[in-house]
Design a protein around this ligand. Structure first.
Ligand SMILES: Nc1ncnc2c1ncn2[C@@H]1O[C@H](COP(=O)(O)OP(=O)(O)O)[C@@H](O)[C@H]1O
Ligand SMILES: [Mg+2]
Length: 269
């Protein structure tokens, strides 16, 4: 049975879809069979980030409503035979999702794939509880801003209360990614540092992704940044993938100042 990784956040627009896509690509490129499921409609949909928007015929709601069979809705990635994509419904109301149908769908996907990566709505939005329902692991994305961190903290509470694992008395494995870090701002004291964020959340970090305009341009061209060699952001996501797979990967240096890196390292041990 595969592992369900739900990628979520408190606030919208923090990089959930971007990182879901990149993590899915990375896991697939590591030889795992992966399906990326879009449970959200947002700024940049998963289909755009993967460059698959023109191939969509059926969506996740069509599968749940049995308007089509699961394989009819699954879209194979252009570059990886290991990676499939299940699109979000563009038109239908997210609140129509039914818990039993969500569970049935995810169970079916778990049988076929090593990893089911669920791109979830933000915690404040409709459909969130469905997206976290079947999570084995949750990766919570936060930017280094107080409001984002606070909202992420709230989401952690909901996962611990409402996921199926929580209901069965088990714990969902939770990690944080800090996205869009700007080391120069941190140094000037204008942005929360890593340890400020992890102090508030009290959860282990699985990665820090720098703010990088190539993330935006790669989204627009449908080529996830993880496939771009020589970018710090691509390397950061690649490291996250390796950590998900259980490798002990040291955290890379994102700031020129040693003081910062020292604090940073301490937290990542
Ligand atoms: N590390 C990053 N550096 C620069 N821009 C980023 C980064 N991560 C995400 N973005 C941009 O932020 C915006 C929101 O990202 P998105 O993945 O759609 O967020 P969400 O799914 O949480 O709503 C997009 O324009 C995306 O390209
Ligand atoms: Mg999104």
């Amino acid at each position: 049975m595969g592992t369900v990784i739900t990628v979520t956040s408190g606030k919208g627009g923090v990089g959930k879809s971007t990182l879901s896509a990149n993590i899915s690509v990375g896991l697939a490129d590591s030889g795992k069979r992966v399906v990326a499921v879009d449970f959200d409609i947002g700024l940049r949909n998963l289909d755009m980030i993967l460059g698959l928007e023109n191939r969509i015929v059926y969506d996740v709601i069509d599968v749940m409503d049995e308007k089509c069979k699961l394989p009819q809705a699954l879209i194979n990635d252009k570059f990886s035979k290991n990676l499939y994509f299940l699109p979000a419904s563009q038109t239908k109301d997210k609140t129509v999702l039914d818990k039993d149908k969500v569970k049935k769908l995810i169970d079916e996907l778990k049988e076929e794939f090593d990893f089911v990566v669920v791109d979830s709505p933000a915690g404040i939005e409709g459909g969130f509880e469905h997206a976290i329902l079947a999570a084995d692991r949750a990766i919570i994305i936060s930017t280094p801003e107080v409001s984002s961190v606070r909202d992420a903290d709230r989401v952690i509470g909901i996962i611990d209360a409402k996921s199926l694992k929580a209901q069965a008395g088990e714990e969902v494995d939770k990690h944080i990614i800090i996205n869009r870090l700007k080391p120069d701002l941190v140094e000037k004291g204008d942005m929360l540092a890593i340890h400020d964020v992890t102090n508030i959340l009290a959860l282990p970090l699985i990665g820090v992704v720098p703010d990088d305009e190539r993330v935006v341009s790669s989204t627009n061209t449908g080529e996830p940044v993880i496939r771009k060699r020589g970018t710090k952001s691509g390397e950061a996501v690649n490291n996250i993938v390796r950590r998900i797979l259980g490798e002990d990967v040291p955290f890379m240096e994102l700031a020129p100042e040693n003081k910062f890196i020292a604090v940073f390292r301490r937290w990542f041990k």
